[in-house]
Design a protein around this ligand. Structure first.
Ligand code: ADP
Ligand code: MG
Length: 330
């Protein structure tokens, strides 16, 4: 049984710490400070929190764009960080990144075709016929019409550009896609289409996706599991249905409270929690609970580091009160 559970696990991030040094002051920025995160095969996982919380740092560390200070990144049982440099990059080919700004991620001098073709060639394919059919296949799998393959990025819509980036990422046949605010630069109407594409990639290719967003509501439908991050720490995680229906960390409650209700009558009478100010600097985070300076429920004890409390098998909360602070619903 143990094996069965474990075999489903594709990515295991263990106590990951990624620190930066501030250039002007020399201070240490603990952008990602002891993060645990798990992904299973064929699953969509959400990672949410305000801007500056460290979400991108986690993603960038996983794919090797930032060196971690400590921790483990285990892909299918292999601790990537312990591998030799060449093995590490081989394993990491299974994990690809989709950036927020598709325009910046594409070369302005490459057509759609050239851009996707390049990704296939980098992956080691040399046969011309094979390359051609693979480009066509990738265009189809991201829902791009063949007629745009001679277009340059500037001639495309934002949604089309993001699809090209996704096609490039798929060229290596990855098992995991890290999508960092993949739709936040796009029109609202296009966002749903990109989300649907991610669902399709999960269903058709069995991919696992880490959906990063500052907007909790945007991952709600798609993500089976959600992680809520604040100032370098995961403060709540669990199955989305549990976290959204029953948020137990005051931070999650505050973020959800900012999401308007679709029903205007409910919206008008709803109690809202104001989340004042910005995320404090990760160079000088508040002692104890890092959220205490903005928390509506903060008490004396919050000056001490809160324990991670397991509420149910899937639901974990970093808070002294974990749930006792539940806001009244009216
Ligand atoms: P998010 O993606 O949640 O908005 P980031 O991971 O981009 O957050 O950033 C987390 C914190 O780390 C921020 O305070 C940011 O300024 C800092 N940071 C990120 N990358 C670097 C870097 N290369 N050098 C210094 N500070 C960085
Ligand atoms: Mg980011």
């Amino acid at each position: 049984l143990f094996r069965k559970i474990m075999s489903n696990r594709i990515l295991d991030v263990v106590d990951l710490k990624t620190y930066f040094q501030d250039e002007s002051t020399g201070g240490i920025i603990k952008a990602c400070d002891g993060v645990n995160l798990q992904m299973n095969e064929g699953e969509i996982v959400g990672l949410v929190g305000e801007s500056g919380c460290g979400k991108s740092t986690i993603g960038r560390t996983i794919i090797g764009l930032e060196p971690p200070f400590s921790g483990k990144i285990i892909y299918k049982g292999t601790d990537i960080l312990l591998e030799s440099r060449s093995n590490r990059s081989k394993v990491r080919r299974n994990i690809q990144y989709i950036f927020q700004d598709p325009y910046a991620a594409l070369s302005p001098r490459q057509t759609v075709w050239m851009s996707i073709e390049e990704a296939i060639i980098i992956n080691g394919e040399k046969n011309k016929k094979a390359i051609e059919s693979r480009v066509k296949e990738l265009l189809i799998s991201v829902g791009l019409d063949h007629y745009i393959s001679d277009s340059y990025p500037r001639e495309l819509s934002g949604g089309q550009r993001q699809r090209v980036c996704i096609a490039r990422a798929l060229a290596t046949n990855p098992k995991v896609l890290i999508c960092d605010e993949p739709a936040s630069s796009l029109d609202v109407s296009i966002r749903a289409q990109i989300m649907n594409l991610f669902l399709k990639l999960r269903d058709d290719l069995g991919m696992s996706l880490l959906l990063i967003s500052h907007d909790l509501s945007s991952v709600r439908q798609a993500a089976k599991t959600v992680y809520v991050m604040y100032l370098g720490k995961i403060v709540e995680s669990g199955f989305s249905e549990n976290v959204y229906a029953n948020p137990l960390n005051p931070y999650t409650q505050s973020l959800l409270s900012a999401v308007p209700d679709k029903n205007p009558n409910v919206e008008r009478s709803r109690k809202k929690i104001l989340l004042s100010g910005d995320v404090p600097s990760p160079m000088n985070p508040p002692s104890g609970c890092r959220f205490r300076t903005r928390c509506f429920a903060a008490k004396e004890i919050c000056q001490e580091v809160p324990p991670l409390q397991q509420i149910t098998a899937d639901h974990n909360v970093l808070c002294h009160f974990a749930g006792a602070t539940h806001i009244e619903k009216n």
